[in-house]
Design a protein around this ligand. Structure first.
Ligand code: C2O
Ligand code: CU
Ligand code: CU
Length: 490
């Protein structure tokens, strides 16, 4: 990625400032258009660069900066960590210490969040209240506990009001916490899926108010910053895929027809036994830890339409996100399986059964109501407000105080006509009820979908840490508009 001058960099200050709104003007070809991804056929999937801990420690510098980068064979003006979209993959083990010096080369404030890691939210830990102003650096330290669950996690900026712009611009990367006992696979791939819109000049247009209300979706869906990259393998090979949904708002209903997929876990930890799956739904922020056993032939990794509701007719326009319609279908990658077959990989060793809080004593029950109402956003008349229990985010207010070490049960209610993927930092959630049905096995997530006009019930063990953190809708436009609350454990 080549640095470009501040002046010519895209403006990401505030919401909806300079630039043209996406009105269908001068858009690039899109991955879901009638001309599917022809320009890049033949481009092999690139892996993000990788940094691995040694002797219990990984220390690195992340430079967040604007620059030019090649996307789909064209030059785009975007943002990146260390010049790459995605930023480097960080490989850690339970018990490791991760040190990150974040340098802010942007024109706006930023900071860093390690999504899904069970680490302290205080001080220079996973603290979403830190502000790193342009030109400054900040030293983060994250200490993973010795029993940290394995899985795929990710990092991204978390400065309230700018999160959607900065992630949409290209600021994200994967974190892998390795298994204590390795699972056999011929190769491992990290697939960071994101979306972006670029105008005819390769710039990211500012978001239109309606897009922002629905949660913006990019015209291009990228895998490791590439448009429809090629993967190849031999029949019988078993690969490990770590899939991150880094899209700001887009839900991914992934299919890989003709191939055998086994899900090892979602977000963090493992299912006791792998689950054979045909499709995988990842809300924004979710990750899948997957085994793919290769079957000879050509297969397409596809995102199929997912209906996450609509913002309602109040604003004019359909209010329906594109990913909910047939036009939202996207071809993400193409897999060719050919050559000499290899012998099948051994069965995956049985994993310890996940913890189950359904038998635990609950010290508090709470209800959180996620609502969209008229008025409120940026004081501009006619826009919608995004609230939790009737309130917009205020970093100075503590909304929920929990007792450290306790177990709570939260009912997440959604009175709005759109789904909200609800995320809590630091402490994962066990889903005990969703869509009106009780869960069978113990299901853990750090982003839980709360369907339009529906609810979900979760249990949370507030183990190990005290301090202030946040919970929010992971449609990051909704979060930036105020659908976030402050929690303090003490
Ligand atoms: Cu992925 Cu609060 O964030
Ligand atoms: Cu997070
Ligand atoms: Cu939302």
């Amino acid at each position: 990625m080549k640095p470009i001058s501040r002046r010519s960099a895209l403006t990401l200050g505030g919401l909806g400032l300079a630039g043209t709104a996406v009105g269908g003007v001068g858009l690039w070809w899109s991955s879901s258009s009638a001309r599917p991804a022809r320009p890049t056929a033949g481009e092999e999937l690139r892996e993000p660069s990788e940094l691995r801990s040694a002797n219990g420690r990984l220390q690195l510098r992340l430079d967040a900066a604007p620059g030019t980068i090649e996307i789909g064979g064209r030059t785009a003006n975007a943002l990146s960590f260390n010049g790459g979209i995605p930023g480097p993959t960080l490989r850690l083990k339970a018990g490791d210490r991760l040190g990150v010096t974040l340098h802010n080369g942007l024109e706006d404030p930023t900071n860093l969040h390690v999504h899904g890691l069970h680490v302290s939210p205080e001080g220079n830990g996973d603290n979403p209240f830190v502000t790193v102003v342009p030109g400054e650096t900040f030293d983060y330290e994250f200490q993973l506990p010795a029993d940290h669950p394995p899985g795929a996690f990710w990092y991204h900026p978390h400065h309230h009001g700018l999160v959607a712009d900065q992630i949409f611009g290209g600021l994200y990367g994967a974190i892998i916490v390795e298994d204590p006992e390795p699972i056999e696979a011929v190769r491992e791939r990290v697939l960071v899926i994101s979306d972006i819109t670029l105008d005819g000049q390769g710039r990211i247009p500012s978001v239109a108010p309606m897009e922002q209300m629905m949660g913006r979706e990019g015209e291009l869906v990228l895998v490791n910053g590439q448009v429809n990259p090629l993967l190849s393998a031999r029949p019988g090979e078993r690969e490990r895929w770590r899939i991150v949904n880094a899209c700001v708002s887009r839900y991914l209903r992934l299919r890989l027809d003709g191939q055998q997929m086994q899900l090892l876990g979602i977000d963090s930890g493992r299912f006791a036994t792998p689950e054979a799956v045909e499709d995988i739904v990842l809300t924004p922020g979710n990750r899948a830890d997957l085994l793919v056993t290769m079957v000879e032939g050509l297969a397409v990794l596809e995102a199929q339409p997912y209906d996450r509701g609509r913002a309602g007719g109040m604003m004019g326009g359909s209010g329906q996100p594109r990913s909910g319609t047939a036009a939202g279908r996207a071809r993400l990658a193409t897999l060719t399986v050919a050559g000499e077959p290899v012998t099948a990989a051994p069965e995956v060793p049985v994993q310890p059964a996940p913890r189950d809080l359904r038998g635990s004593t609950v010290t508090a029950r709470r209800e959180l109501t996620f609502a969209m109402g008229m008025g409120g956003m940026m004081g501009s008349g006619g826009m919608m407000s995004f609230t939790i229990n009737g309130q917009r985010f205020d970093g100075e207010r503590v909304d929920i105080t929990v007792e450290a070490g306790s177990v709570e049960e939260w009912t997440l209610r959604n009175t709005s006509p759109m789904d909200h993927p609800v995320h809590l930092h630091v402490w994962p959630m066990q889903v005990v009820e969703s869509d009106g049905g009780a869960s069978g096995a113990a299901i853990w997530r750090d982003v839980v979908n709360v369907p339009a006009r529906g609810q979900a019930r979760v249990r949370i063990a507030f183990d190990d840490y005290t301090g202030r953190s946040v919970y929010h809708c992971h449609i990051l436009d909704h979060e930036d508009e105020g659908m976030m609350g402050v929690i303090e454990a003490r």
